[in-house]
Design a protein around this ligand. Structure first.
Ligand code: ADP
Ligand code: MG
Length: 236
């Protein structure tokens, strides 16, 4: 149960339309990929779907009903995200980073510690619990950032280029983390990612954004074969 949609959304920055009449639905289950060249509007889509950016026109629908307000309202409604360059609390341990997020969601310190333990187990990073965030390797920091976004069991998880700066092998490790989160009735996932291999292997469906418009929405196989997509995005 549950869907999160953009309905005819436009976002203008001055004279520039970052998004033009974008309609896109994630959920109730599965992983929806969102790909497209730099500047296509991918992050803007995530920003609108999580309350960080207001639409100039159109609406965001949660389970078919309009949702608005500040990012915290979206987060409390079960919509969570990571950032392209997400930062952890550097001097806190991984467990403390997770607990801090849970406290931010209104949990008591005690409930937050319990929730942190649950997330550590569920995302397969229990061995990192007592490491200080700042000294973790980059790939582990990215895994922790994703784990942190799953505190309090969101229904929708939007990931903005989680594998940026990773080798293909490191990205496969991250793919396992995302699969683990998805399993056992985890959140619906929207995955914005430049590593096309990762998107093709992880996603149930892929949308292609080009200059603020959705130009394709199909299965990974069909997207990989689509000539318009290859021209606009894959560069072949
Ligand atoms: P992507 O994530 O696909 O690389 P973005 O959504 O970040 O693309 O950006 C889409 C377009 O909107 C780009 O041309 C970008 O420069 C512009 N843009 C994004 N955010 C802002 C902003 N806050 N102010 C002005 N222009 C912006
Ligand atoms: Mg972006």
């Amino acid at each position: 149960m549950g869907s999160l949609s953009l309905e005819h959304v436009r976002v203008s920055f001055g004279g520039l339309n970052a998004l033009t009449d974008v309609s896109l639905t994630m959920g109730p289950a599965g992983i929806l990929g969102l790909i497209g060249p730099n500047g296509a509007g991918k992050s803007t889509c995530i920003n609108v779907m999580t309350g960080f950016q207001k639409a100039s026109a159109g609406r965001v629908l949660l389970d078919g009903r309009a949702i608005g307000g500040p990012p915290a309202a979206f987060r409390h409604a079960g919509i969570s995200r990571t950032f392209q360059a997400g930062r952890l609390f550097a001097t806190l341990t991984v467990a403390e980073n997770l607990a801090a997020a849970a406290i931010g969601m209104g949990l008591s310190r005690r409930a937050a510690a319990t929730e942190a333990d649950r997330v550590l187990d569920q995302t397969g990073i229990a061995q990192l619990a007592h490491e200080v965030a700042a000294v973790l390797p980059y790939t582990d920091q990215r895994r922790v950032a994703i784990a942190r976004a799953t505190v309090c069991q969101p229904k929708f998880l939007l990931l903005d280029e989680p594998a940026a700066g990773m080798s293909q092998q490191e990205a496969q490790g991250l793919a396992d983390t995302i699969r683990t989160i998805r399993a056992n009735e985890g959140p619906a996932v929207l995955l914005v990612e430049h590593q096309v291999g990762l998107v093709l292997s992880l996603c149930d469906e892929i949308a292609v954004l080009d200059r603020g418009r959705i130009i394709a929405l199909d299965t990974p196989d069909a997207i990989a074969r689509d000539e318009v997509v290859r021209e606009a995005y894959l560069g072949t």
